[in-house]
Design a binder for this molecule. Structure first.
Ligand SMILES: Cc1cc2nc3c(=O)[nH]c(=O)nc-3n(C[C@H](O)[C@H](O)[C@H](O)COP(=O)(O)OP(=O)(O)OC[C@H]3O[C@@H](n4cnc5c(N)ncnc54)[C@H](O)[C@@H]3O)c2cc1C
Length: 328
């Protein structure tokens, strides 16, 4: 039994999601091989090799993997697994945008079912995943020879990155055809540049909803609080749909899943689709003028107040006391 993990990266750094997937793989047991498929990414292998639990790094360095286009990467993973059928029993990636783009293709190429968004691993063939927007958990047993899995990163702690480096093996690019005409190709990529911590990895998230009433309010009210706490900004879908912020900040069933140490929900009602993305936060604070708002049912601390008074007052009080949260 052994696991093949697809590493997430931007050709210069291994993304934080990968270390969480490695922890999930350690629950399965056996060897853990980490595949780094990218272009000009040889320097990543050293970082990958130090993630605790990884027993070997496989490096596939080729221009066709430069932009993490799903088709060539999925073909590589499937061919690697198929070529070493006796070796790999599990193939894993994070349930992030990248993982969700690639792994269903891997499962289809291998003709097995994918099991998505795992939050628990009971044994080598039995996994727990949320359904109905996180309102129920289902236990799934797979009889497929190869288990293709995506892992919810907030459900597993990140593996450390200080082991003695695992061996690194450069792999041949197998049967993948670099010049092949693909059904889809990446035309361009726009990366959001932000000074703030990445939403999925932030220790503090300040999140706003329709109650902010405008994009201008959203920025003027929430950003000083997020700055004070060294936190990331998140939003409800309604706030995104209203154009207050870009949709990569949406939290929830159809947005990002976060589990920070502190989640401050401001002027959002706490619809089940939103709660599905933040309910595993360690401490939840809600500020809402409606005491019946469902967000208070999941909040550890609730303040029934007008956000336009409460949030600036809170920001100012934190400034006076010099309080903040260690964002490291
Ligand atoms: C299939 C599907 C998927 C979805 N996925 C997501 C998702 O991923 N994420 C998501 O967030 N939603 C999602 N939704 C939408 C979700 O159902 C809700 O419509 C949405 O979360 C509501 O956003 P909101 O809380 O900002 O707005 P509202 O529900 O309108 O809540 C606004 C809140 O602000 C409060 N408020 C107003 N003014 C003030 C003030 N001055 N001071 C204090 N409080 C104030 C109000 O009391 C109210 O509670 C999805 C829906 C569907 C059907």
């Amino acid at each position: 039994m052994s696991c093949l993990i697809l590493a997430e990266h931007d050709n210069s750094l291994i993304g934080p999601a990968t270390a969480h997937v490695v922890t999930a793989a350690t629950r399965i047991g056996g060897d853990i091989h980490l595949l780094v498929a990218g272009s000009g990414c040889a320097n990543l292998a050293g970082q990958a090799a130090r993630i605790e639990g990884v027993t070997k790094v496989l490096l596939a360095d080729s221009a066709q993997y430069a932009d993490q286009s799903p088709e060539p990467v999925a073909e590589l993973v499937a061919e690697l697994v198929a070529a070493q059928m006796a070796r790999y029993s599990h193939c894993l990636a994070a349930a992030t945008t990248t993982g969700k783009n690639i792994m269903p293709r891997v499962a289809a190429l291998l003709d097995v079912a994918q099991i998505s968004d795992l939050v628990q691993i009971e044994s080598e063939d039995t996994f727990v995943r949320p359904i109905y927007a996180g309102n129920a958990l289902t236990t799934v047993r797979s009889s497929d020879a190869i288990k293709v899995l995506t892992v919810r990163m907030t459900a597993f702690a990140a593996a450390g990155e200080s082991q003695a480096p695992a061996p690194i093996e450069s792999i041949a690019i197998l049967g993948t055809d670099a010049g092949a005409e693909r059904k889809s190709k990446v035309i361009s990529r726009q990366l959001t540049q932000s000074e703030r911590p990445e939403l999925g990895a932030a220790k503090v998230v300040v999140s706003g909803g329709r109650g902010l009433a405008s994009a201008e309010n959203f920025h003027q009210i929430l950003e000083p609080l997020a700055d004070r706490l060294g936190g990331a900004i998140g939003a409800s879908r309604t706030a995104v749909d209203a154009g207050f912020v870009a949709n990569d900040l949406q939290i929830g069933q159809t947005g990002k899943i976060v589990a920070p140490r502190l989640y401050i929900a401001v002027g959002l009602s706490g619809a089940i689709q939103h709660v599905a993305g933040m309910k595993d936060s360690q401490v939840i604070v809600a500020i809402n003028k409606d005491q019946e708002a469902p967000i208070f049912q999941v909040a550890d601390y609730g303040l029934v107040a007008d956000l336009f008074d409460a949030v600036p007052a809170l920001t100012e009080a934190l400034g006076r006391t010099g309080s903040g949260v260690d964002s490291s």
